[in-house]
Design a protein around this ligand. Structure first.
Ligand code: CP
Length: 308
């Protein structure tokens, strides 16, 4: 019997294939059934130490649409963190005010640290360059809906694979589904070694390249990412890769991509995806962002134990 009740959501590695499919199934029920009062009286604390539009607002919307309440902050400068309070003391205090914590933090491992300290479930909304598991749930849901299956797809991950936490989590999840993975990046932004080793240990067919040339036409999905300027220690290193990939409709057509190729992106985008793509059948990134609502309703309802 699968249950997410009182579980933390920290890393995709903590979930097996059956659990991922279960969460996708609950998400489908959230889309098809009008649940309205199931989280009445529950309080979500949304603690965001890094900027966010989609993750924070879709968690807040999901909670409120299920009649729950939200406290928290989008900017830690207005909290006692600014006076020197530690993350540990902050979450120890806040757990007394809420039933579940959603935490985005710039440090890798921050969500696990919080989960080790508090007794309410902690949901990782992105910890530094490490992972972003709830983004992965909505990415899987989007792929399943648009491609009709998660099994045996050829996925190209394009852009900043070093710092891109959404790529790290999604690659781990797709390893359960027999995906063939193509990692396309400049040399200084390659998928980190420990992720590649984990994928190889799980017998995933992995390929690395610097461009989509010769690869684009094989792919079922291109998962495009932003170069994460804010994570570079050296601005000169960022300047070397600024604007290195720019997907557009003519470029995709020149690559001879499949008619049913889908382009995904966790967003926000900067310059790596031209607006000429937005109206095409390839583009599913805004639909992907909208799927954040049923997915996050499913996560909240299951960890709070109101849906089995
Ligand atoms: N995809 C994602 O995490 O977007 P935000 O940074 O806007 O939350």
């Amino acid at each position: 019997m699968i249950s997410f009740k009182q579980r933390d959501v920290i890393s995709i590695l903590h979930f097996n294939k059956e659990e991922l499919l279960y969460l996708l199934d609950v998400t489908k029920r959230m889309e098809q059934t009008h649940y309205s009062h199931i989280l009445k009286g529950k309080v979500l604390a949304a603690l965001f130490f890094e900027p966010s539009t989609r993750t924070r607002l879709s968690f807040e919307t999901a909670m409120k649409r299920l009649d729950g309440m939200v406290i928290g902050f989008a900017e830690s400068g207005a909290t006692s963190i600014a006076k020197g309070e530690s993350l540990s003391d902050s979450v120890k205090t806040i757990e007394g005010y809420c039933d579940v914590i959603v935490l985005r933090h710039y440090l890798e491992g921050a969500a696990q640290l919080a989960a080790d300290i508090v007794n309410v479930p902690v949901i990782n909304a992105g910890d530094g360059s490490n992972q972003h598991p709830t983004q992965t749930f909505l990415d899987l849901y989007t792929i399943q809906k648009t491609k009709g299956t998660l099994e045996g797809l050829k996925i190209g991950f394009l852009g900043d694979l070093k710092y891109g936490r959404t790529v790290h989590s999604l690659a781990y999840a797709l390893a359960y589904f027999g995906a063939e993975m193509y990692f396309i990046s400049p040399p200084n932004l390659r998928m980190p070694k420990d992720y590649m080793e984990e994928l190889k240990n799980r017998h995933v067919a992995c390929h690395e390249a610097e461009s989509l040339q010769d690869i684009g036409k094989r792919l079922d999905v291109i998962y495009c990412t932003r170069i994460q300027e804010e994570r570079f220690a050296d601005p000169i290193e960022f300047e070397k890769v600024r604007g290195i990939y720019r997907l557009s409709k003519p470029i995709l057509e020149g690559l001879g991509v499949k008619d049913d190729l889908k382009i995904m992106h966790p967003l926000p985008r900067v310059d790596e995806m031209d607006e000429s793509l937005d109206g095409t059948n390839y583009a599913i990134y805004f639909e992907q962002a909208r799927n954040g609502i049923p997915v996050r309703k499913a996560i909240l309802a299951t960890v709070l134990g109101v849906i089995e």
